[in-house]
Design a binder for this molecule. Structure first.
Ligand SMILES: [Zn+2]
Length: 333
């Protein structure tokens, strides 16, 4: 189109009309000053715009699928029985402290994982989600013997998308056998809430059997089922983890590099394990996570963790799944 074919620009009158003001965004202000209702609508629109913009910005970034937060304020958020302040290392790891590590690496959303110090009291995590619903969702811990299915539904309304389960002192053939676990897995399938297993590799066959009983329950395995935690990556453990790929709703967090294999940056010794999982699960069922604050202690850094995946020799589309889309699908959907 040539310049001469463009329609002439409308001439502005010397005194702006209300329409001009509206176009300039000033009319709303003038209008708002004149009417309390309009003022409220204007404020609401502004708030919505701000929320939309925040949502868009958050959606563009990467997702850290696993980090913990806590506060030194134990008067307001008391520790569960058996925990002391000295157990909190570092003493403080608030959402602000977490995002100071995450934001510079392009991470805009985090799946918060209820910290063991707080037992079944998820309130500190829920408060963070409530304050920043665009940035956080949660994985809660509940008592499987105290109306778990009802609690799951209530917590879902507060931004919880998964539930952390772990064997504790129980044996591999016993930890998933109770009525409470059955109720949780059933409700997980009904409400699209993930069972998030913090387990060692020896528990993988028990999880496999549970998946056969509950094929529709979303399942997330934390930290490669801790394969390599003793420094050795065993073929039998890897085979058992890959066996879970047959259950279509299962995904794995490829995370906690500071704790696995050689436990040394740049963590390249973990790449063959990641490749093995890529073959078994595909990038659409693997998600990167930091496991902060533990990833940022003793000389390890957040950047070193995410860089392993940023620099991994995979197609760019696969990387997007590992760093964002899988966690988005499982936890932010
Ligand atoms: Zn963790």
């Amino acid at each position: 189109m040539t310049r001469t074919s463009m329609p002439a620009a409308p001439r502005l009158s010397p005194l702006p009309s209300r329409r001009d003001l509206l176009h300039a965004g000033l009319g709303a202000l003038a209008f708002a000053a004149a009417s309390p209702i309009a003022s409220a609508v204007f404020a609401q629109n502004k708030a919505q715009q701000k929320k939309d913009a925040a949502g868009k910005a958050a959606a563009a970034g990467f997702i850290d699928a696993h980090s913990h937060i806590w506060t030194p304020d134990t008067a307001k958020y008391p520790l569960a029985k058996g925990f002391k302040k000295e157990d909190m290392k570092p003493a403080s790891f608030t959402p602000e402290e977490l995002m100071r590590h995450a934001k510079p690496e392009g991470v805009s959303r985090v799946v918060l994982i209820q910290m063991s110090f707080y037992g079944f009291d998820n309130s500190y995590m829920l408060g963070a989600i409530q304050a920043h619903p665009q940035a956080y969702v949660g994985v809660a811990v509940i008592d499987e013997n105290d109306t778990p299915a009802e609690k799951m539904r209530e917590l879902k309304k507060l931004g919880v998308r998964g539930f952390r389960i772990r064997p504790g002192e129980r044996k591999a053939d016993a930890w998933l056998a109770g009525d409470g676990m059955a109720a949780m897995w059933k409700r997980g399938a009904e409400e699209n809430l993930a069972m998030c297993c913090l387990i060692d590799a020896k528990f993988l066959p028990s999880v496999d059997r549970m998946c056969q009983k509950h094929p529709e329950t979303p399942l997330v395995i934390d930290h490669f089922a801790r394969i390599g935690v003793d420094g050795e990556i065993r073929e039998t453990d890897l085979a058992n983890l890959c066996q879970l790929a047959q259950h279509k709703r299962t995904s794995v967090k490829i995370s906690a590099y500071y704790a696995l294999g050689k436990k040394k940056s740049p963590y390249k010794d973990l790449v063959p394990m990641i490749r093995r999982l890529l073959d078994a699960f595909g990038p659409e069922r693997l998600m990167w996570a930091s496991d902060c604050p533990f990833q940022v202690q003793e000389g390890h850094t957040y950047k070193e963790s995410i860089d392993l995946i940023k620099n991994l020799d995979v197609p760019e589309g696969d990387r997007q799944w590992l760093l964002r889309k899988t966690a988005e699908k499982v936890f932010f959907g």
